[in-house]
Structure formats: structure tokens, C-alpha cells
Design a protein around this ligand. Structure first.
Ligand SMILES: NC(=O)c1ccc[n+]([C@@H]2O[C@H](COP(=O)([O-])OP(=O)(O)OC[C@H]3O[C@@H](n4cnc5c(N)ncnc54)[C@H](OP(=O)(O)O)[C@@H]3O)[C@@H](O)[C@H]2O)c1
Length: 325
């Protein structure tokens, strides 16, 4: 089978090599999946480029450890073979999931992964749509509903609204009749407006933390500013929920969060992803035509290095999807 390996850190188009590998065999609770589609995520950019440098403490100092050499953390495909103790699936089942709790390696024609990393794919959902869902939709849902406690008719802002999380975030917020502002840049703003954002703001031209607008809930996909600035644009009982960003700013939340409770009803939170937790709920929304998948691509398997660079350059709108045939 063909797999992508990161041999050392650098520009994706230089360091990712397509090589032949032996097809793996599933252990006890694992299934062998024939990969039909996968996606590009922040993780793939970081493990390929080795940046931010601090991540190398986890990935490996000079190159990714053996277990991380094949990137890719979302998959949709067909179960080919099951391990002796597998109970959820049989050969021929169509599945999808975020595999990051159990390993990585979806930039390959086949992969073995624990059955707990996968859910059944609805028949009406294509493999390309399915693979675009788990990571971004779970972060958006857990950020808005579980942590942000979104309420009907609220005023919501999604910072980084043009990416994978933002496109699901908008649709989920609209189920609560929210008025949604999206912050991003470039060509994406037009597509975001078409997708249904009530207001869009170009972060390269305007700083929304300096405006007089206030929000009940801010979902931040790219925490990059001082947190004090977000407090100014939160309503008196508003919630700011970060799903990721610069480590210094995220650390700031750890000491600012409890301090804030002493003098304000505004709240700061961070989401800790629980992978695949509510895929059944998302499947139901999809089958009821309440959400759709915003896909950049799909691109072919040979385009993976180029697609990771595209992700790093921030040129995508929605999820970058790769078809593997
Ligand atoms: N909490 C957890 O457990 C957990 C787990 C895994 C991942 N994550 C995080 O989840 C996030 C992934 O979100 P995603 O998939 O939606 O990423 P994405 O597809 O890259 O979308 C992020 C969007 O934000 C835009 N952006 C960049 N800088 C910005 C700024 N200063 N202000 C406003 N927008 C900005 C980007 O556009 P341009 O680049 O074109 O400017 C891009 O369109 C990452 O931050 C990752 O670290 C969290």
C-alpha cells in the first residue's frame, strides 16, 4: 500500500514522501480500514513543519517519532478486516471518525485503528463529507453547546469563522436562532456571507475587540490577543470560549479565569476535545438536512503535500478533503 511519511521537518512539499509499505493486520480490538477519504488539520501542518518548536517535545526533536511519521487524523472508509475482539463492526461496514485518541496515520491507503475511534457512516453521507465532520464538528458543538451554553436568539461571534470549526459553528449556532458574526480574512469572507453569517469582519482590516458591539458568546478558533480585550466585547454575563491558539494566551486563561470570577459575571473557558463524542447527534442533523459539510476540494491523494501547504497558507474555506481511491 502507499503511505506518506514525514522523514524530517520542513516545507510539506519537500519533506513528505510517498512510499510503499506493508499492509498492517488488525490486533484484538482494531479494524483494518480501506481509506476512502481523509482531511488536512492543524496537527498535519505542525507534525510536518515541526512548528511551533515546543511541539517537538511531543513529536520528536529532529523528526517525528516512528509512530507519528504517517500524518492524518480523520478518516472515512470501509472496514476490510476485524480483530478477534471487535464487537461494533464487520467487514464491509462504512465508517468514519477522528482517530487521534488512538493514533494517527490516515494519509495511507489502509490503516489499523481501535474500533472505538470509529462510528458508522450514514448511507446518504459521502466518504468526503463524512471525513470532514468529526474533528471540526465536535470542537464546534462542544464549544458552543457544552462549554458556551448557547441560548436561543443569542448574539454570537466566531473568530476564525472561515475554517473547519467556523463552518460547523455557524450552522449549529443557527439551530439556536443566533445572530452570528464571523471574523476571518480574504476570499473567505464572501463565501462566509453566502453560507449565512449575518456579519463578517476582516481581521486584517478591523479589530472587533475595539468595536462597540458586544456578544453573548465568543467562540475563538485562533486565540491570539490579550484576553482582557475580549472581556470588553462580552455582554455582562457573556462567555468567551477558546478552542485553540497561541500557548502564551491560553496560559493566560488559566490564571485569569478564576480571578475574573471575583469581580465579574463574564466567563473565560477552554474546550478540551472529546473526540467523536456526539457523532450520532451530528448524523441525525445531517440526515434531517439541518447541517451540511463545507468542503475545500476534494483533492486527490497525490496532492496531500500541496494541500498541507494550502492549509498553512490559510487559503482554504471549510475543511480540506482528500479522496483516496
Ligand atoms: N481544544 C482542543 O481540544 C483542540 C484539539 C485539537 C485542535 N484544536 C484547535 O482547533 C483549531 C482548529 O480550528 P479549525 O479546524 O477551524 O482551523 P482552520 O480551518 O485553520 O480555521 C481557522 C481560521 O482562522 C483564521 N485565522 C487565522 N488567524 C486569525 C486571526 N488572528 N483572527 C481571526 N481569524 C484568524 C484562518 O485564516 P487565515 O490563516 O487565512 O488567516 C482560518 O480560516 C486550532 O486552533 C487547533 O489548535 C483544539
Amino acid at each position: 500500500m502507499k503511505v506518506y511519511n514525514v522523514l524530517h521537518y520542513g516545507a510539506p512539499e519537500k519533506v513528505l514522501s510517498l512510499t510503499e509499505a506493508e499492509q498492517p493486520a488488525p490486533k484484538n480490538t482494531e479494524v483494518l480500514v480501506k481509506v476512502r477519504a481523509t482531511t488536512i488539520n492543524d496537527y498535519d501542518w505542525c507534525v510536518t513543519t515541526g512548528k511551533p518548536f515546543a511541539y517537538r517535545l511531543f513529536f520528536g526533536i529532529f523528526r517525528p517519532r516512528n509512530k507519528l511519521m504517517i500524518p492524518g487524523m480523520e478518516v472515512a472508509g470501509i472496514v476490510e478486516q476485524v480483530g478477534n475482539n471487535v464487537t461494533k463492526f464487520k467487514a464491509g461496514d462504512a465508517v468514519y471518525g477522528d482517530i487521534s485518541d488512538f493514533g494517527f496515520g490516515s494519509f495511507a491507503e489502509f490503516l489499523c485503528i481501535d474500533e472505538k475511534a470509529l462510528a458508522r457512516k450514514p448511507d446518504s453521507m459521502s466518504f468526503e463529507e463524512a471525513t470532514s465532520i468529526p474533528h471540526a464538528a465536535m470542537l464546534a458543538l462542544q464549544g458552543l453547546r457544552d462549554v458556551g451554553k448557547i441560548q436561543d436568539g443569542q448574539k454570537v461571534l466566531i473568530n476564525g469563522g472561515g475554517g473547519g470549526v467556523g463552518s460547523f459553528g455557524l450552522q449549529l449556532a443557527k439551530l439556536y436562532n443566533a445572530n452570528v458574526t464571523g471574523v476571518d480574512t480574504g476570499e473567505k469572507l464572501k463565501a462566509m456571507k453566502t453560507q449565512g453569517f449575518d456579519t463578517v469582519i476582516d481581521y486584517k482590516k478591523e479589530d472587533f475587540t475595539k468595536s462597540d458591539q458586544q456578544y453573548d458568546l465568543i467562540l475563538d478558533c485562533k486565540t491570539s490577543r490579550s484576553l482582557w480585550r475580549f472581556l470588553k466585547v462580552l455582554k455582562p454575563e457573556g462567555r468567551y470560549v477558546s478552542i485553540g491558539g497561541r500557548s502564551g494566551k491560553l496560559l493566560q486563561m488559566i490564571y485569569m479565569g478564576p480571578m475574573l470570577k471575583l469581580f465579574s459575571k463574564k466567563r473565560l473557558y477552554m474546550v478540551t476535545l472529546r473526540a467523536n463524542k456526539d457523532l450520532e447527534y451530528i448524523n441525525k442533523l445531517y440526515e434531517d438536512n439541518k447541517i451540511n459539510c463545507v468542503i475545500d476540494g476534494p483533492y486527490t491523494f497525490d496532492k496531500i503535500p500541496w494541500a498541507i501547504q494550502r492549509f498553512g497558507d490559510g487559503l482554504h474555506h471549510g475543511k480540506i478533503v482528500i479522496s483516496v481511491n
